[in-house]
Ligand binder design. Structure first.
Ligand code: BG6
Length: 515
């Protein structure tokens, strides 16, 4: 019997790589992947590189056919030439000529308007060719387009017999549709979108993507919490004083002015990425790792988050816009769109009652960093009065570093060597790079593979998308009705109001440090 591969880290950890064995076992069926909006930014930056890397890693089953659909009329060779420089820039593995030729040979392309029947007639021909080549009718449609065209695409796919509403079982051939975020632009539009999609597809065929859920470090939150007996007993209001979740970026809106004007940071990052991370940090133990058990628990905790009142929005939601945003292409000269937001949420459950959750996200900040910090309570000070007065004795903090420098670190106090009892803060750190010595795959690789396998665990279910909109709806309403975004300087830590919000509660944000 072949032994599973082993890993050995510089930190002296060794073990079997069980996940690699699982990946091989769960290879997807041969599939045709149809990407609507394939020549757009997402197609070139994320989807094509993800599929290329999956091919290089031998994770796909042949034949896997990738059919791009976009408005631009292109021959398949031109489509390939359009993708090649993007792969060179964004692929995590080098684009060697032989690998490129193999990848290019799996590409196909249909140019045409999404509202035009001829586009779908041509697509059907390509899908039939793929089926004859061995995809056996297994197909994934990726809607990497603005939500405004979802309805027409689904209507035409149905009309031409390319999708049909049916319960999808794991591993069973059929059609699935991946829908990109933002899923709607508010509660009402998200509900309408869900209704509309529900007319064409069964919930088991709908894969609402949030790429944060495909990040290794985000998935590790559950393993850390539930795979170790030392954390879970402390993971509650008896031991935790507050939790900070930060998604800071150094980049601006990168030429996406029109998109960002309609979106803003709350819809772009908080409604989806940060609330998803928060739900993984706060959910109860699921009965199993099955899609529905995990999604039930996530949904449950989101339902326990206290709704924000208008007063809460005034006191516990802060907005900012980086200086220079209004000069970006596609942005209104007096735009009120927030590129930074910070807010405080409370969860009304036995586990979390009284523990504030501070969430912040922003563009053009000092440091690129996504992180969860669990702040533990302070100790009774009877033994350490002097240290407390001098602010030396700080409570322990567990940091889950989502990116970059992925890892986990624990800050705690230790005795400084010497004759007297002096204490100092120390850090115990694990990094993925050191511990596993293997590259971390891109989130889109994992998510595309899971969809092909029919595993929806890392995709959002309708109820949690709905609830997430419900939670941020008061913020959107108040901010849209009352202009007043604060301008902050690029390269800093965001608006000062966000610091004030924390200091009022006796806390402070983790400092962002320029690289
Ligand atoms: C996307 C947002 O969902 O996430 C972008 O639309 C943002 O505005 C990006 O830059 C951040 O993703 P990551 O994986 O780089 O943290």
């Amino acid at each position: 019997m072949t032994q599973p591969p082993r890993y050995e880290s510089s930190q002296g950890v060794t073990g079997e790589i069980l996940e690699e064995v699982a990946t091989k076992r769960r290879r997807p069926e041969p599939t045709a992947i149809v990407i609507f909006g394939a020549t757009g930014d997402l197609g070139g930056r994320k989807l094509a590189p993800a599929l290329f890397n999956l091919m290089l890693d031998g994770a796909l089953t042949e034949p896997t056919v990738i059919i791009g659909v976009s408005r631009t009329p292109l021959a398949v060779e031109q489509f390939a030439e359009h993708l090649r420089p993007r792969l060179a820039e964004f692929s995590r593995q080098p684009v060697e000529p032989a690998a490129w030729d193999k990848f290019a040979s799996s590409l196909d392309y249909v140019g045409g308007d999404f509202a035009n029947d001829a586009t779908y007639v041509a697509l059907k021909v390509r899908l039939e060719a793929a089926k004859a080549a061995g995809t056996r009718g297994n197909r994934v449609f990726y809607l990497a387009t603005p939500p405004s065209v979802f309805a027409v695409i689904l209507e035409k796919l149905q009309k031409h017999g390319l999708i049909e509403r049916a319960v999808q079982k794991r591993g069973v051939l059929g059609c699935r549709v991946i829908v990109e975020k933002p899923f709607g632009r508010d509660l009402a539009s998200a509900r309408a979108l869900n209704e509309m999609i529900g007319n064409y597809l069964h919930e088991t065929q709908i894969y609402r993507i949030d790429h944060y859920l495909g990040k290794e470090t985000v998935q590790n939150i559950l393993v850390l919490r539930f795979g170790n007996s030392i954390f879970e007993p402390l993971w509650n209001r008896n031991h935790i004083s507050h939790v900070e979740i930060t998604a800071a970026e150094t980049i601006g809106i990168e030429g996406r002015g029109t998109f960002y004007e309609q979106t803003g940071v709350v819809r772009d990052i908080i409604q989806n990425h940060l609330l998803q991370v928060m739900s993984l940090v706060t959910m109860e133990v699921p009965a199993s790792f099955s899609a529905d058990d995990i999604r039930d628990e996530k949904s449950q905790v989101l339902r326990s988050v206290r709704n924000l009142s208008l007063n809460d929005v005034a006191n516990y939601a802060v907005r900012g816009q980086y200086r220079g945003y209004r000069d970006e292409h596609g942005v209104a000269p007096e735009s009120e769109t927030a590129t930074y937001a910070a807010l405080r949420l409370m969860i009304d459950s036995w586990r979390w009652h009284g523990v504030p959750f501070y969430l912040r996200a922003g563009k053009k900040l000092a440091e690129r960093l996504t992180e969860v910090q669990i702040h533990f309570k302070s100790v009774p000070l009877v033994l350490f009065k002097d240290e407390a007065a001098g602010n030396v004795l700080q409570p322990a903090v567990l940091t889950l570093r989502i990116q970059p420098s992925e890892g986990i670190s624990l800050r705690f106090v230790a005795k400084v060597p010497g004759e007297s009892i002096n204490v100092g803060n120390v850090h115990m750190t694990m990094t993925y790079a050191d511990a596993f010595k293997r590259p971390i795959s891109e989130a889109y690789e994992r998510l595309l593979l899971d969809c092909m396998r029919g595993d929806a665990t890392l995709f959002n279910r309708r109820d949690s998308v709905d609830r997430a909109w419900e939670l941020i709806q008061p913020i959107l309403q108040v901010w849209e009705a009352t202009p007043g975004v604060t301008i902050y300087e690029p390269g800093g830590c965001g608006p000062a109001d966000a610091d004030t919000m924390m200091t009022r509660d006796g806390c402070s944000w983790r400092t962002l440090v320029a690289e």
